[in-house]
Design a binder for this molecule. Sequence first.
Ligand SMILES: O=P(O)(O)OC[C@H]1O[C@](O)(CO)[C@@H](O)[C@@H]1O
Length: 395
Amino acid sequence: MTDQTLDSPLLADGSPLDDRQKAVVERVSAKERAGILALPTDDPLDPERRRRVDATRGEMLGQQGAIRATWERNADALPGIAARIAGRRLDRVFLVGAGDSLAVMIAARRTLELMLRVPCEPVQALEFAYYQQHLVTSDSLVVALSSSGETTRTVEALLVAQHAGALTLALTNTPGSTLDVESGDTLLLAATRVGWPTQSSTTALSLLLLLAVEVGRLRGVDGAEALRAELETLPETVETVLEDLDDQVAEIARIEAERTMYLFSAGGPTWAAAIIGAAKVKETSPDHAVEIQVEEFHHYNSQKPGEPMFLFAPSGPSVPRGVDTGRDAHRYGGTLYVATTVGETAFDGIADDILRLPVVSEALSPLLYVLPAQLIGYHLGMAKFAVAEREASRG
Ligand SMILES: O=P(O)(O)OC[C@H]1O[C@](O)(CO)[C@@H](O)[C@@H]1O
C-alpha cells in the first residue's frame, strides 16, 4: 500500500467540493505522496539528506535578503489586502498550515491578535478541513500558508473555507501552485527552498507580521506604529543574530552530536521556535527530536539522563516557568541550553550555555528565535555527518 495515494473524506458523498475541486485534491494528493516517498532514508550518511543540509547553510544565512525581497514583492498587494481585512467585521481568524507552516502561524498569532483584536487560531490543516467547517462563518478570515502551495490538506482547508463564505488569503512561495491558483488573494514569498526549509518560514512570518501591523495601523490600534517601526529593523537583526550565534551553536552541536534524542521547549509566541527546532533536527539527522511546551514539561518525567534540552525564553511571562524547567533538566540528569534576551539574568547559573539575542518585543520575537532553532538543526546535522564519516573510515 505504500505507493498508494490516500483517500480524503472530502472526496466522498456529501463533500462541499465540486467535481473540479475533487480532481484538484486527487492531483495534489498523488504528487504529495510521491514527495513523501522520496524523503531521505535514516542512513547516517544518506547523500540526499547531506545535499539538503549543505544547501541549507546559504539559505539560512541569506534570510535578511529574502525577507526584504518578500516585503518588496508584496509592496503593491499587501496594502489593499490589509485594507480589506481592516474594513471587515471579523468574528475570528483561522491560521491554517502544516509542519513548519503551522509553526509560522503559531509564531504570528500574538501579533495578529494584538492588531486584529479577535481570536486568531493556528490550526493544523487536516483539523481545520475535516473538523472545523461548522465554526467558519462569512465573518471569518482564513489564512492558509503553504510554501509549496501543493500540500493537500492545506489546499483542502482553503477550499472548505471558500465554501463556508469566509474571507480567504493564501501565502505561498510558489506562483502558479494549486494554492495560488485556487485562492482569490495571494501573497507571494521570495524564499529559496532547496535545502531544509528556513527562508520559507521567516519570509512568511515577516509577511504575516507586516500584514498584522498594517491592519493595526489602519484601525488605529495602540502600539501598531511602534511595532511597525520595530519590525522594519528586524531583517538586519536577523543577519546579526545568525552571525553572532553561528560558532557558539556549532560548538554545542559538536558536544551533543552523538545523542539520539533532542528536546525543545518554549511558551508563548516563541513556542514556534521549539517546534521548528525539533523539525530541523528530524530533517537534518536520522535521530529523534520532540518539542514540549514549557508548562507541560513539568507534568511528566520529560527528560532522560544525558538528553539535551534547548529552551527558547525571551524576557517575558514564560521566563519563570522556563527557569523551573532548567532546574528540572538538571534534576533529570540532562543538559540545558537556553536562548534568551541579552541582559536576562534568570538563567545564569542554571543553563549549561546561554545563547543571547537582542532585546525585541515578545510578539515579534519568533522572527529572531527561530534562527537559533535553525542553527541547531543545521549544525547538529553536520556534526552527525562528521561522526558517521569518522565511524565509516574506521570500518
Ligand atoms: O509549507 P508547505 O509546502 O505546505 O509544506 C509543509 C510541509 O513542509 C514541512 O514543514 C517540511 O518538509 C513539513 O513538516 C510540512 O508538512
